[in-house]
Design a protein around this ligand. Structure first.
Ligand code: ZN
Length: 281
């Protein structure tokens, strides 16, 4: 394969009608993909989907921090159609069962989301994230990390808090997906042997509040870079505003190559090699 989208959600409702077509379009274009769960139902669905294809489709299972609470997340927050979360309890045994499946290559998406909520909610997120890291240590499967900072409270840093927790479990491996931290945050992950994955927002015109992707990508070693679409959200330019899908991952590769001043093929090859190394595929 030439490309790999390490984090997509073709297991979500947005692909209910045509998920199979979307996956075949990716596979026909030399693009492999990993569907990521955000709660038990979508995790299980990701595993089922992986088994519908002979090769090139994998799954990651876990409980997303925003799914711990009951809330509505609007389209402005999500960058795609909004949705409600119902507040789910993390049942380790259920996930352990899914993790026995060889198509399951990781745990997540898990982490900390400070976009909105209270101290109490964030403390709960830390407890559940720690459980995911422990599961990673126990099973040897990679962590798929979600981190998001608050747009208002700049004192809190989800990336640094995640790093602190990961450090409690030496030897775990993983990736920070849809990276939106600073150069310092990126370096923190690299120092722990983690990978950093960039998404479609690196192709957007820079505006105040955005991370300086140019600076961050230049500073990230090529053998530590991954890419993900986070489909159906965050479609890269020139598809911005549309439903995203795994085959668009090449636009992200193109942008990384442009920033690094490297041939696109070299970047694509490095990303595939990195993904194989991380997920053992
Ligand atoms: Zn995601």
């Amino acid at each position: 394969m030439k490309y790999i989208d390490i984090h997509a959600h073709v297991n979500f409702k947005a692909f209910k009608e045509d998920g199979d077509e979307v996956i075949r379009r990716a596979l026909d274009n030399d693009t492999w993909l990993v569907n990521v769960g955000s709660q038990y139902s979508t995790s299980k669905r990701a595993v089922e989907i992986a088994h519908e294809y002979e090769e090139g489709v994998f799954a990651i299972v876990g409980l997303h921090p925003i799914h711990l609470e009951e809330a509505y997340h609007d389209d402005e927050e999500i960058g795609g159609e909004g949705f409600s979360t119902h507040g789910e309890i993390f049942k380790k045994e259920d996930y352990l069962e899914l993790l026995k499946d060889p198509k399951v290559v990781g745990i997540g998406e898990c982490g900390l989301d400070y976009y909105h909520g209270s101290r109490e909610i964030f403390e709960k997120q830390k407890i559940i994230f720690r459980e995911h890291v422990a599961l990673s240590k126990e099973t040897g499967k990679a962590l798929m990390i979600h981190a998001r900072n608050s747009p208002e409270n700049k004192e809190m840093n989800a990336y640094q808090d995640i790093l602190e927790i990961v450090k409690e479990f030496p030897g775990v491996k993983g990736v920070s997906h849809c990276f939106g931290g600073s150069v310092r945050d990126m370096q923190g992950f690299i120092d722990l042997g983690f990978y950093v994955s960039f998404s479609g927002n690196i192709t957007y015109k820079w505006k105040i509040g955005f991370p300086n992707y140019e600076e961050i990508i230049k500073a990230t070693p090529l053998d530590k870079i991954l890419n993900d679409t986070d489909s159906p959200y965050l479609a890269p330019v020139p598809y911005r505003g549309k439903r995203n899908e795994p085959v668009y991952v090449r636009e992200i590769v193109k942008k990384i190559a442009e920033i690094k001043g490297l041939p696109e093929s070299e970047v694509a090859e490095a990303i595939v090699a990195n993904a194989k190394r991380l997920f053992g595929i």
